[in-house]
Design a protein around this ligand. Structure first.
Ligand code: DGL
Length: 272
């Protein structure tokens, strides 16, 4: 498949985590030109070292800039953002929007000042998150939970699971929020946004669920306002689907599995 050029918004993640962010932008701007790249070859990022995450993210971004020439890259991955965003900004002359755990909104929402953060191992241990806590939540108590099991379930099977499967998958995290006495929990890994409705249904109103979805998408739209399409391009855009690229090897199994995800989000699969 020839790669599309001049795509305005490129979303990246280690896997399918950033898809809800792309979908949200498309809900606001249905005609915008987007692409999604999942670095599935290196999934999961959350269990890699800082150096590995920086290296993989930089290589991916370099190739994206060369081949797709986007107006903005949305790092729809907390792990990539806290680990690599400052390096990317130093190295590449293109606007980036990062995704970090929504600590500030959580601090504003919490009444009892007990806040849970659900993220990957790499994110919960990164100094970036500690700095956010020091800056915005010095008067709060934070309870950090790294949940690679939930990340992997979401990447591998849960999207096609039943409501009961989804609710039982989030149960250990919800128990953690409850036993710590928190009244607010931050979904600090984009994969968890796929289960945002389930988290809200099970936790709210006792425990408020906070995430970065609106903030990230609004920032992307502000940094790169949607381009107005000419009439003929606009007609074309209505029939042309955005591409969901993966970096894994092209195999029948990968095509079957990831085409199903692409389809679910109204996109077509491509290999990057
Ligand atoms: N979706 C990614 C995040 O927001 C992490 C998933 C992974 O471990 O690769 O942190």
């Amino acid at each position: 498949m020839t790669k599309e050029k001049n795509i305005q918004y490129v979303f990246i993640d280690s896997g399918i985590g950033g898809l809800p962010y792309l979908r949200h932008l498309k809900e606001i701007e249905p005609q915008s030109s987007c692409a999604y790249i999942a670095d599935t070859k290196h999934f999961p990022y959350g269990e890699k070292t800082l150096e590995e995450v920086i290296e993989y993210t930089q290589n991916l971004v370099k190739k994206i800039i060369e081949e797709l020439r986007p107006s903005v890259i949305i790092i729809a991955c907390n792990t990539m953002t806290v680990s690599a965003l400052s390096h990317l900004r130093e190295k590449f002359d293109i606007p980036f929007v990062g995704t970090v755990p929504a600590i500030k909104p959580a601090v504003l929402a919490s009444k009892n000042k007990k806040i849970a953060v659900l993220a990957t191992e790499r994110t919960v241990n990164d100094i970036y998150v500690q700095n956010l806590i020091d800056e915005f939540g010095a008067d709060c108590k934070f309870f950090m939970r790294a949940d690679s099991v939930l990340v992997s379930k979401i990447e591998n099977s849960l999207l096609s699971g039943s409501e009961e499967d989804k609710k039982s998958a989030i149960r250990p995290a919800v128990e953690f929020f409850k036993s710590a006495g928190t009244d607010t929990a931050v979904l600090g890994c984009t994969h968890f946004l796929h289960l945002r409705d389930e988290f809200k249904a099970v936790c709210e109103p006792d425990i408020r669920i906070v995430d970065s979805l609106d903030g990230v998408v609004n920032r992307a739209l502000k940094i790169s306002p949607p381009q107005k399409l000419k009439e003929e391009n606009s007609k074309l855009k209505n029939i042309q689907k955005d591409i969901f690229y993966i970096t894994s090897e092209k195999t029948e199994e990968n095509t079957k599995r990831y085409s199903a995800y692409a389809d679910l989000f109204g996109m077509v699969l491509g290999y990057f």
